[in-house]
Design a protein around this ligand. Structure first.
Ligand SMILES: Cc1cc2nc3c(=O)[nH]c(=O)nc-3n(C[C@H](O)[C@H](O)[C@H](O)COP(=O)(O)OP(=O)(O)OC[C@H]3O[C@@H](n4cnc5c(N)ncnc54)[C@H](O)[C@@H]3O)c2cc1C
Length: 308
């Protein structure tokens, strides 16, 4: 069997792409390790357009059910199967899987997303979703009027701090090294805010609290002194880990291992392979963006297949 398209992933990007591919009657296979996507764990999502509030679990269920409603002759879904490698084979591609099966396709859409790099501090796992979170855009408004901390002094950390300053009482940002990694203009602008404090050389050791976060402990790496700070929210931005190993040797990746795409069409550096969502070098990571990028990719895949 030669598929028109193999979609790899099970999050918003993959499910959105699958719906569009099915409606365009492309002979499509979806390989999903799991359905749902990263925000499945969010108690409430307030920015999924068209719905005022929805839990991450409900959103994931809706996306998956929408995709599965098209399952049939032209749309095959293999759930619980991870793609392990994509290899070019003449004009086509062979997609290898952890079940040992190999599938052949004319085009591939990689929508494998990413995982957040976790903060290695005591209490981080215990307090996740109890005041300790990896998404300021999603959870920031829940901390209106409160003192919060951001861990990570790169662009993502500073962007989170800038967003949080709109609602919270104060933000203290901790950077592990002796200099901020974000753009100097952003650093200057955000740190100039009255409610903003930056701490360099800070190793966050522990998140503290009872049922919810009450504070954190950190070590000044320059002096070795330990300090405590009372905060009700801790937002972590210490990097992401894109799931791109399966295509690392055939498409261009950026320095953070995101797939480099042409943002107009979502094409990777190798003709025949597209990518969408958090596995790409797109600047912003959101459900709506992942879906939009995936649909852009399927539109382009369709034109490519029909004009090839
Ligand atoms: C805690 C949290 C809360 C968030 N809240 C919001 C929010 O409120 N609003 C918002 O817009 N965004 C939110 N985000 C961001 C949003 O979840 C992501 O931008 C979005 O999920 C990206 O979708 P994606 O499809 O690209 O990737 P992902 O959601 O990462 O999905 C990737 C999928 O691919 C599958 N997969 C991975 N590797 C393979 C493989 N080799 N083979 C087969 N399948 C594979 C995975 O099992 C997964 O199902 C949140 C993120 C986090 C971490």
């Amino acid at each position: 069997m030669l598929y028109d398209l193999i979609i790899i992933g099970g999050g918003p990007a993959a499910t959105g792409a699958g719906v569009y591919a099915a409606r365009k009657k492309l002979n499509t296979l979806v390989l999903a390790k799991e359905f749902g996507g990263q925000s499945i764990v969010s108690p409430e999502i307030y920015n999924w357009i068209g719905v005022q509030a929805i839990s991450g679990a409900e959103l994931s269920k809706n996306l998956t059910e929408h995709l599965k409603s098209y399952e049939g002759e032209l749309l095959t879904i293999h759930e619980g199967v991870a793609a392990t490698a994509v290899r070019a084979e003449g004009d086509n591609f062979n997609v290898h899987t952890d079940s040992g099966d190999v599938y052949t396709t004319r085009t591939v859409l990689v929508a494998t997303g990413a995982g957040r790099r976790k903060l290695e501090a005591a209490g981080a796992d215990t307090f996740e979703h109890k005041g300790f979170t990896y998404c300021a855009t999603c959870d920031g408004p829940l901390f209106t009027g409160k003192d919060v901390a951001v861990v990570g002094g790169g662009n993502a950390g500073f962007e989170s701090a800038a967003q949080l300053l709109a609602y919270v009482k104060s933000v203290t940002l901790f950077e592990y090294t002796d200099s901020y990694k974000a753009d100097p203009v952003t650093v200057e602008k955000v740190l100039s805010h009255d409610s903003m404090t930056g701490v360099l050389n800070a190793e966050v050791l522990e998140i503290t609290g009872d049922a919810l976060v009450k504070g954190l402990r950190y070590r000044d790496r320059a002096t070795g002194d330990e300090h405590a700070l009372n905060v009700e929210g801790v937002f972590v931005e210490v990097g992401v880990l894109p799931n791109t190993d399966l295509v690392a040797d055939i498409v261009e990746l950026d320095q953070y291992r995101h797939i480099v795409v042409d943002p107009r069409r979502q094409r990777s550096s190798l003709l025949g392979i597209w990518a969408a969502g958090d596995c790409t070098d797109g600047l912003y990571e959101q459900n709506n963006i992942a879906v939009g990028d995936a649909i852009k990719a399927v539109e382009d895949i369709y034109v490519y297949l029909k004009t090839k």
